[in-house]
Design a protein around this ligand. Structure first.
Ligand code: ASP
Length: 450
């Protein structure tokens, strides 16, 4: 794949990449160094240092204070200063006073929570468009939601693709769009990633670059595994399987528009633009035979309900009834390993804290099990790799590595896609198990050699 032959790239910059003038300069250099970076999606200014407050959080605070009848003068002045300091430090001839006056007035006159939050991206978009000399395109006119608040992808794609054709380049603020009645509506937190993906689809881009403050995904959590290798390529499905790990780097909903359009996403680091980052693709058959594992991710905080009943497999509707009991408490399940006469349901412990007894009672009433038990303190580890299906013995290597570390495996679930193996271990063994698996598959080849 020749990534230099692309002719349209959509580039999204996260809040930490646009937190101050110094970062704006880095962003400007990145954009101007590649003439195919035509459409730019900014977040609102993020934290400049630990302990700093994101502009979006300050805007939510403004909204809260205003709706409780308080004054927002001081708070709003601080928001204003975030932008004015960027404008000043960059030496731009841009005066946003009228915008500030209008926004402050609107927040003070019940303009709505989403409207308030969206102004972070709106103002940052105005500054960035001015700095780059790009057109400003307001997503309020093109990114649309249905009356029930869900995203209207087709109307958006039609409106936005028509509009983008009229511009040689443009800055489209992330995070918001509008409802059929014209009021502003935002995506959930981190939603500028979603806007970037929507713009990439509408622009028929060849690549969606998502610039953040890390050089892509790592094969394992660096807080657990020392200096893990970066992932060069990952498929959307693998990423879903590793979602415990991806959390925080990319908004989950950002995958759908580009996946639909077959556009790869490249996660890049604004502070290390020379790093190639991670490319997320629809599919690739290619894998490095030495790299059977794409990544390892895991999480603590699960519990397993195990239901035993003789001849369970012959009883029609057994599984449905068990799952219905859980659904009735509005809980979703994580995994469903089963045997001939046993069925286990893995659930998030925090989610069932309050409904646990009711779930057990419902299951007992509807399937009359011979025995039912709940085991606490389970951690799940997902070992994921598109190469696993083609190479023998991967599961054995996982089990051996964990056993050699003296750890007991409490649950095994090989995903039906043969893309993953999930094991459950005691929470106390979680970190040691992660390290053992990583060492078995990766660390002998040295860190960061891709
Ligand atoms: N500024 C918004 C937030 O803080 C959206 C984003 O950054 O993607 O959640």
């Amino acid at each position: 794949m020749d990534f230099n032959s692309f002719n349209i790239k959509v580039v999204k910059f996260g809040g930490s990449s646009l937190a101050d003038a110094e970062h704006f300069r880095k962003v400007g250099e990145i954009i101007h160094s590649d003439p195919t970076r035509l459409f730019v999606v900014p977040s609102a200014p993020g934290k400049r240092f630990s302990g700093d407050t994101k502009v979006t959080d300050m805007l939510y605070e403004c909204y809260n204070v205003a709706s409780a009848g308080g004054g927002i003068e001081d708070l709003f002045a601080r928001i204003r200063e975030r932008y004015d300091s960027i404008i000043r430090d960059l030496g731009l001839a841009l005066d946003l006073s009228e915008e500030y006056t209008h926004i402050k007035w609107a927040i003070g006159h019940s303009a709505g929570r989403d409207y308030a939050a969206s102004r972070g991206e709106y103002l940052n978009g105005l500054v960035l468009a001015h700095y780059l000399g790009y057109d400003f395109i307001d997503p309020a006119r093109y990114v649309r939601f249905f009356d029930n608040g869900t995203f209207d992808s087709e109307t958006t794609n039609n409106l936005l693709s028509e509009e983008l054709k009229k511009h040689e380049n443009g800055v489209i603020p992330g995070f918001y769009g509008s409802m059929p009645n014209g009021t502003i509506k935002t995506f959930s937190r981190g939603g500028s990633d979603v806007t970037g993906s929507i713009v990439a689809r509408a622009a028929s881009a060849d690549l969606y670059e998502n610039w953040t403050d890390v050089s892509g995904f790592l094969m394992a959590d660096p807080r657990i595994v020392d200096n893990p290798q970066g992932i060069s390529f990952i498929t959307y499905r693998e990423l879903r399987e590793l979602s415990y790990m991806g959390a925080g780097v990319l908004h989950e909903d950002a995958i759908f528009p580009v996946r639909f359009a077959g556009i790869p996403i490249n996660i890049r680091n604004t502070n290390a633009p020379e790093d190639p980052g991670t490319i997320i693709l629809s599919h690739t058959d290619a894998y490095d035979p030495k790299n059977i594992i794409t990544g390892i991710a895991g999480k603590k905080g699960f519990c397993v309900i195990t239901i035993e009943k003789a001849m369970m497999n012959a009883e029609k509707g057994f599984g449905r009834k068990v799952l219905e009991a859980i659904e009735k408490e509005n809980i979703s399940f994580e995994h469903l390993p089963s045997g001939i006469d046993t069925m286990s349901v893995v659930l998030n412990r925090a989610e069932i804290a309050e409904s646990r007894e009711r779930i057990i009672n419902r299951i007992c009433a509807s399937v009359e099990p011979d025995a039912i038990s709940v085991e606490e303190g389970l951690a799940l580890i997902a070992v994921v790799g598109r190469g696993m299906v083609k190479s023998k013995g991967t599961a054995v290597r996982v089990f051996k590595a964990v056993a050699a570390a003296g750890i007991n495996i409490r649950m095994i679930d090989q995903g039906s896609s043969e893309l993953n193996i999930i094991i459950g271990v005691d929470e106390n063994d979680f970190e040691a198990a992660m390290r053992a698996i990583y060492a078995e598959f990766v660390s002998d080849r040295g860190a960061n050699n891709g």
